[in-house]
Design a protein around this ligand. Structure first.
Ligand SMILES: [Zn+2]
Length: 148
């Protein structure tokens, strides 16, 4: 049996992306390659869960974008930055110069948004954990043991 690993970024499924060359809606485009033990990114792909790892070669399928109209292929991370610039400039078709000039600013905004998101996420997680602890203590169905 062949080991298989498929990874697809969440945003690729939930968001729409447009080609910066012609403005067409981009399609997902899959790439498949074989990763062998000893390859630098092998450990990233042979994981099944925290404890189990696949043994031997893994057939890795990853996705990028391809334009159905002009054939332009773009990596997901690059397209995320392009999407940000498209939104900031209020247009889909961009010249290479516009991308180059706005890239730094777009990446900065994305970094900041990611940090804000992390803070919100951690706050919500702590609130949920706090609530679970609180309701367990209240209901009496609770035991906490420290041991070394
Ligand atoms: Zn295109």
């Amino acid at each position: 049996m062949k080991n298989k690993s498929i990874s697809i970024p969440m945003g690729m499924v939930t968001k729409k992306f447009y080609c910066h060359k012609c403005g067409a809606r981009l399609d997902k485009h899959s790439k498949t390659r074989t990763v062998s033990p000893g390859d630098p990114d092998y450990r990233k792909h042979n994981r099944i869960n925290h404890r189990t790892h696949m043994i031997g070669d893994v057939e890795v399928t990853e996705y990028d974008f391809q334009c159905p109209s002009c054939g332009n292929i773009v990596e997901y991370d690059e397209q995320r930055v392009i999407k940000k610039i498209q939104m900031q400039l209020h247009k889909n078709t961009l010249s290479e110069e516009e991308i180059l000039n706005n890239k730094g600013k777009a990446e900065e905004t994305m970094d900041r948004n990611a940090k804000v998101f992390k803070v919100i996420f951690v706050t919500i997680a702590l609130a949920v954990i706090g609530f679970i602890f609180y309701s367990k203590i209240k209901s009496g169905d609770f035991s906490f043991t420290f041991y070394f």
